[in-house]
Design a protein around this ligand. Structure first.
Ligand SMILES: [Zn+2]
Length: 118
């Protein structure tokens, strides 16, 4: 049974019903088992993920609650400043950038606040 993520049990039950459905919880990350959609890693079967994703979209089925997208699909969902990474390292760099850019903005805001709050 898929662990889904950090949610209350009744929420997990709904997500399992609506999102995991009949997928097997074949991904073990840490001590939790997850289905392909919810495995908290970018190192997953992207072709299979792609297939399920496109198949559901084609049925106007957009419930992707708590789903962890592998890097390549996350990149194609980016819009304007989309840059296609050519290497695995490039993919990771873009993911890190997504994490650190907001963090830097937050630190800058904090620094500015400190300067004027004195
Ligand atoms: Zn799942």
């Amino acid at each position: 049974m898929c662990n889904v993520g950090n949610y209350p049990d009744e929420v997990k039950q709904h997500i399992r019903q609506d999102v995991c459905r009949n997928l097997v919880a074949g991904y073990e990350v840490g001590d939790a088992a997850n289905c392909l959609l919810h495995a908290p890693t970018i190192d997953k079967n992207k072709d299979e993920f792609d297939r399920i994703f496109k198949e559901r979209i084609s049925r106007n089925d957009y419930n992707f609650q708590a789903v962890v997208f592998p890097a390549r699909i996350a990149a194609t969902l980016q819009n304007v400043d989309y840059r296609k990474p050519t290497t695995k390292k490039g993919e990771i760099a873009i993911i890190l950038e997504k994490i650190f850019a907001p963090l830097q903005a937050a630190l800058l805001a904090l620094a500015i606040r400190r300067k004027f709050m004195r």
